[in-house]
Design a protein around this ligand. Structure first.
Ligand code: 1CP
Length: 368
């Protein structure tokens, strides 16, 4: 990407609430900022109504639809950040693979990678600007329509997680197909991970150029690996992505906070806190104090309420949030769930979660 392409469009509305960005950068905040993974989703009746009868990836390819779905949760809840509506699987599509969203089954690749030779089916050179232009347009449009209310987060799937979908063809219980590649074809696996990394770097830079104000990298399938494989097949690529994106942005005087979410990779926390990311996002199975210890104050933390706690009565949600805030502390912290929300969750519970984060963190900050 050329230097000119990396310069931000200048005419976006001014940001009114920078609490999320401040917390990501480790600056003081008056309250703990909060957003939810999958805050745009089927738990919202207006989302179901808007998406009804439309193909999922057709929706992803419409900037106007992505903008509308991104804004929907902001009309209801006092979130401190928004995340562009899209999906991680647009990257394998850009590399030449077919992906369908099968209702009731989730993302499905009709023709997944089966053997090392199948890498030849992938495009050798991916023109990210062209192939993922629709995402960039969605980001730019949303940055305007959001009117500076809160920052807009761009995102990508991480190489290992994308590789696992490309080989498994869908979600999986054992992930034995993709894991067999790591043990049988380690060099080819590294080749594929490297090719994904190159596309992802351009994709993230393109998102910033389009107007993304922070970036989250989803390594949702990290936990399938043990510590040795994590260090070999996840960590180097996660690091490379953050280092290359940060270096290129620095050349144009930009600094965009980057978040890494490596689900269930407890053994990786210390390494992740020294991997050029500003924020490490946590799933709900890790104790906040332990996470602080392992990351040693080097990064901000994000997470990690069990999404299922949203099934609790409102007063209980408030107590759970208070305990979580006491564990993390109120600074260098972004409240979120430990993973995405489920379609049968009650929007009222999300409102209770957001309210509790704001209320308790303000009170705790006053007492300090
Ligand atoms: O029809 C629908 O609405 C389907 C549900 C849905 C939604 C709302 C899917 C299918 N993707 C999305 C949007 C989405 N996906 C966002 C939008 C922004 C927001 O959070 O509000 C984001 C960030 C994602 C990222 C994503 N997609 C991840 C990483 C986060 C995670 O959940 O771990 C993953 C793994 C996917 C793949 C995917 N897309 C959809 C589903 C059901 C899945 C998971 C399938 C599986 O279990 O393997």
């Amino acid at each position: 990407m050329s230097k000119d392409e990396l310069i931000l469009p200048k005419d976006f509305p001014q940001l009114k609430n920078d609490t999320f960005l401040r917390a990501a950068r480790g600056e003081q905040t008056q309250h703990v900022p909060v957003w939810c993974m999958r805050q745009a989703g089927r738990y919202l009746p207006e989302f179901r109504e808007f998406r009804a009868g439309k193909d999922f990836f057709d929706t992803c390819r419409s900037p106007e639809a992505c903008c509308e779905l991104t804004l929907q949760p902001l009309r209801r809840f006092d979130f401190d950040a928004s995340i562009i509506f899209s999906d991680i699987l647009v990257v394998p599509q850009a590399m030449g693979m077919e992906v369908q969203m099968v209702p009731g089954k989730g993302p499905t690749f009709p023709d997944p990678l089966k053997d090392p030779e199948d890498l030849q089916r992938l495009k050798t050179k991916v023109d990210v600007q062209k192939e993922l232009d629709y995402v960039f347009k969605a980001i730019t449009l949303t940055r305007h329509k959001i009117e500076g209310k809160v920052p807009l987060i761009g995102f990508t799937g991480a190489p290992w997680t994308l590789m696992s979908y490309m080989i498994e063809g869908s979600g999986s219980k054992t992930f034995s197909k993709v894991k067999s590649w790591l043990y049988r074809y380690p060099e080819v696996s590294h080749m594929l991970l490297k090719r994904l990394t190159d596309v992802i770097v351009d994709y993230l830079l393109g998102q910033v150029a389009a107007g993304a104000q922070a970036l989250q990298v989803f390594e949702s399938h990290a936990g399938i690996l043990g510590p040795v494989e994590f260090k070999a097949f996840c960590l180097p690529y996660l690091r490379d992505i953050a280092r290359r994106v940060k270096d290129q942005l620095k050349e144009t005087g930009q600094d965009v906070p980057m978040i890494v979410f490596a689900k269930d990779a407890h053994y990786g926390l210390e390494d992740l806190s020294q991997s050029y990311y500003d924020v490490v996002s946590l799933d709900w199975t890790i104790d906040p104090r332990l996470a602080r210890e392992q990351t040693g104050g080097k990064v901000s933390l994000q997470g990690n309420m069990d999404p299922c706690a949203l099934y609790a009565p409102k007063e209980r949600i408030s107590e759970i949030v208070k305990t979580m805030l006491e564990g993390f502390g109120t600074q260098r912290y972004i409240a979120n769930l430990g993973h995405g929300m489920y379609p049968d969750m009650d929007p009222e519970s999300v409102a209770a979660f957001v309210e509790a984060v704001h209320k308790h963190s303000r009170q705790m900050n006053k007492q300090q």
